[in-house]
Design a protein around this ligand. Structure first.
Ligand code: PMP
Length: 301
């Protein structure tokens, strides 16, 4: 692999030179936002949806974006092209920028903008065939009326704690419940269950991020004629479901075959999960923005 290029505040720099100040408020306070996006065979999957979420997050926390949404889209395409990768993971990070040690975001003059593109597959390939074991953890999901999951902020300690608890239980992913004990989501993915001929996923108001992949799966399942519902459910419903799977940009669609020691269905990835994964894999090749053919007039040094 050649050099990895990072877009950092209007220039491309090599990975080892991509540095920002320790006074950056993303570092000091988690004051900033981010997105994770996938490129499949030169197609940046659902780039516009991710950009929309990024700009809505910025609007919600009064973060001044130095680029318009169109410019940011274009810069993302350019960074993918610059790195010459057809299959990749993109991380967009926009922090409040450099301020002083106080919390006041108004002392930060300019946002820091970072675009990272690198090869990635979160779970080893064979797990998509075998499925994964997960647990539910003691850490509860942030209440959505305290910190909205719709803002994809750099404040991920809630999710990091879940990941730590997953590690402590020797599994790769875990489920969070919300403050009322309903299932919310994984540390960085949404959850679906198939039970009584219905496909269920928790509604956003329970604390789940309304993930782009989640929405794609809802669309695909509805097209296939499934009865899809955004409805609250409990751990009991998960344990007794026919099938359970997780969705996310990094995780894609992955079957869950054991939860808290209870085997799901017959302990194998189920037919509905496999069918949805297959359709998802077809869709990721077409539904998005092609890497070649960027029409930007923005110049990046
Ligand atoms: N929930 C959380 C907390 C996440 O961080 C993510 C990853 N962005 C998801 C769900 C899945 O969302 P998406 O499908 O948009 O990647």
């Amino acid at each position: 692999m050649g050099d990895q290029w990072i877009f950092l505040n209007n220039e491309f720099v090599k990975k080892e030179d991509a540095k920002i100040s320790v006074y950056d408020h993303g570092f000091l306070y988690g004051d900033g936002i981010f997105e994770g996006i996938r490129v499949y065979s030169g197609n940046i999957f659902r780039l516009n949806e991710h950009m929309k979420r990024l700009y809505e997050s910025a609007r919600s926390i009064l973060l001044n974006m130095p680029y318009t949404q169109e410019e940011m889209t274009d810069l993302t395409v350019k960074t993918v092209e610059k790195n010459g990768l057809d299959d990749a993971y993109i991380r967009l990070v926009v922090s409040r920028g450099v301020g002083d040690l106080g919390l006041d975001p108004y002392k930060c003059k300019e946002a820091n903008v970072v675009i990272i593109v690198e090869p990635l597959s979160i779970f080893p390939k064979h797990l998509y065939e075998t499925g994964i074991d997960i647990v539910t953890v003691p850490t509860r999901r942030n209440r959505p009326d305290v910190l909205s999951p719709k803002v994809k902020s750099l404040n991920y300690l809630n999710n990091v704690l879940v990941k730590i608890e997953a590690h402590l239980a020797n599994v790769s992913e875990a489920l969070m419940l919300n403050d009322q004990g309903y299932v919310a989501e994984g540390s960085a993915d949404n959850v679906f269950i198939y039970k009584n001929k219905k496909l269920l996923t928790p509604p956003g108001y329970l604390g789940a991020l309304e993930g782009v992949t989640r929405n794609v799966i809802i669309e695909i399942a509805e097209e296939l004629g499934y009865d899809v519902r955004e409805e609250p459910f409990t751990r009991h419903d998960v344990y007794t479901a026919d099938e359970v799977f997780l969705t996310g940009t990094a995780a894609e669609v992955i079957a869950v075959v054991k939860v808290d020691g209870r085997e799901i269905g017959d302990g194998q990835p189920g037919e509905h999960t496999n069918r949805l994964l297959e359709c998802f894999r077809e869709k990721v090749l077409s539904d998005g923005v092609k890497v070649k053919g960027s029409s930007s007039s923005l110049s990046v040094s």
